[in-house]
Design a protein around this ligand. Sequence first.
Ligand code: B12
Ligand code: SF4
Length: 499
Amino acid sequence: MRLLLVHPSSLMYSKIFLRLEPLGLERVAGAARSAGHEVRVVDLQVCSGSELSAELASFQPEAVGISLNYLANIPEAMDISAQVKRSVPGCFVFFGGHSVSFIAEDVLAQAEGYVDAVIRGEGETAVGPLLAAARDGGLQEVPGIVTREGRGPAPQTLHSIDAPLPARDLMRRRRRYFIGELDPCASIEFSRGCPWDCSFCSAWTFYGRAYRKASPEAAAQELASIREPNVFVVDDVAFIRPEHGDAIAAELERRRIRKRYYLETRSDVLLRNLEVFERWERLGLRYMFLGMEAIDAEGLDLYRKRVSPDENFRALEAARKLGIAVAINLIVDPAWDVTQFQTIREFALAVPEIVHLTVMTPYPGTEIWHTESRRLTTRDYRLFDIQHAVVPTVLPLDEFYRELVRTQAVINRKHLGLRTALAAGRILVANLARGQTNFARMLWKFSQVYNANLQYADHQRPVRYELPLPGPQPADRRQLYIHPRETLPRAAAQAGRRA
Ligand code: B12
Ligand code: SF4
C-alpha cells in the first residue's frame, strides 16, 4: 500500500529552542516499510502545508497516518484528516501516538467520519496488521485499534526495541532538526518507559510502568549509522541502570564513535550513577535536562517526584563538576502570585543553569487529570501545551501571563540574544559556515513567540474541538495503562515491578 505518514507542526516551546526528528513516527515508517509498503513522510515541523497538499496530489496515498504525541496538535490533525478525505477520496486515515491513545474514542467521535481508526499504544506492532486489514478486512482484530465500532484487542508490546530501525532516510530537511547549539541534531532511543509514577506525567501510564532497554550492540550500531554530529537521547530517564549506560559506552569506545549528546534524567539517577555520566561526558555528553519540577519539598511531594530538594541541589553541583550544562524544568502552579514568580526569578538568576518553565496542566493519562480538584477553565486542545493555564489562576489571567512571560524573559536573557551569540561565537561561526542557521535564528526569536498578550488572546479564539471531561479516578490506577502488563515481555514487566 502507499502510506503517507504525517507529523503535525511545532508547538510554542519548540519554535525557539529546538526542533527534533519525530523518532516514533520514523519507527512506524520503518515497520510499515519492512511489511512491504511504500512509505513517505511529511513532517510539518519542517515542511509547509502546501508541500503536504502537493504530496497528497502526487503520491495519492491509500492510507495516511498522523502522529499525535501532543494533545495540542489534535485540532490540526483533524483539519489535515478532512483535507485528506477531500483530496484523496477513499484514503484510509488513522491517528496514533502518545496522547491520542488516552482519548481515542472521544477523538474518533469528534472527527465526524474523517478518521477511520485510532491506534492506541506502540505503532510498530500495529501498523503492518492495520494496513493489511485496511486492504483485506478484519480491522477489529488489529492490536490497539479503536474504530467507530469500538475497541479491538489490547495494544501489542514490542518484544525488543532494537528493531525496527527508524526510517531516517525518509525525512526531508534533516538539517533543520536541532537543539540549541547542537545543530543539526538527530535522535535515538536507548530505553523505553519509566518505572516511576509522578502524578503529572503520562510516560509511566502509557507503558504500564515497564522499562525496556536497547541492546548495547544495537544502540551502538544505530549511532554509527547516524550522520549528524549531535544526538538527542529521547529516553524519559537516561541511564536508570548503570550497567546499561556503561555497556553502551563501552561499545562506543570500542568503535571510536564520538558525538555530542543531550539527554534527560532524574537527580537521584545522576547522583547514584555518577561514574556512568562521567564516562559519557568523556564520550561527548554536553547537555542534560533535569526535571526538578519544584524547588521546595511541598511541591515535590505534590507531584510525587520521590526526590528531595537536597538531592536536586546536589545533582546540580555534581553536573557542574562534570562540566555538563544543565537545563532544569520547574512547574509553574497557576495558583502562584507575584511573590512566587519573584522567588523563581531570583532562583533562576542565581544558578548558572538554563531554567525552563512549564505550566501545571492536567492531561488525560495522568493521575492529576482525575484528581486535580480545580475546575478546567478551558477544554480547548490547543491550550494543553503546558505553556497555557487551563485551571483557574489566582492572579487575573492576563496578569498571570505577564508574570510568566516576564519570568521567562528574565531567565532567557541569560541564554539568548547578543550575550549568548558572543559567548558561543566560535560555535556560531562554525555552524553558519556549514550552512546551519537554526541556532543563530533561535537567539533572536524569543519575543516573537513569548508574548503575554498573544497567550491571553489564545483563550479568546473560537473553539471547534474540546477535550473530553475527566472521569472519576479509577479504583485501580492500572486502569490508566495503555499497555497492560499481560502484553509486556516478561523482563520488562519485572523491571517495572521492582522499581
Ligand atoms: C523526546 C520527547 C520530546 C522531544 C522530541 C519531540 C519530537 N519531535 O518527537 C522534545 C524535547 C522536542 C519534546 C518537546 C515537547 N514535549 Co515531549 N516528549 C518526549 C518524550 C520524552 C519521548 C518521545 C519519544 O520520542 N519517544 C520514543 C518514540 C519511539 O516513541 P513515541 O514518539 O511515543 O512513538 C511511539 C508511539 O507513540 C506510537 N506513535 C507515534 N506516532 C505515531 C503515529 C502513528 C500513525 C501511529 C500508528 C503510532 C504512532 O508509535 C511509536 C513507536 O512505538 C515523551 C514522553 C514519552 N515517553 O512518550 C514526551 C512527551 C510526548 N512530551 C510532552 C510534552 C508536553 C512536550 C512539550 C509540549 C513540552 C514543552 N515544554 O513545551 C514539547 C512540544 C513538542 C512539539 N511537538 O513541538 C508530553 C506530552 C503531553 C501531552 N499529553 O500532550 C510527553 C508525554 C511527556 C510527559 N511526561 O508528559 N518532547
Ligand atoms: S516525570 Fe520523569 S520520572 Fe516522573 S514518571 Fe514522568 S518520566 Fe518518569
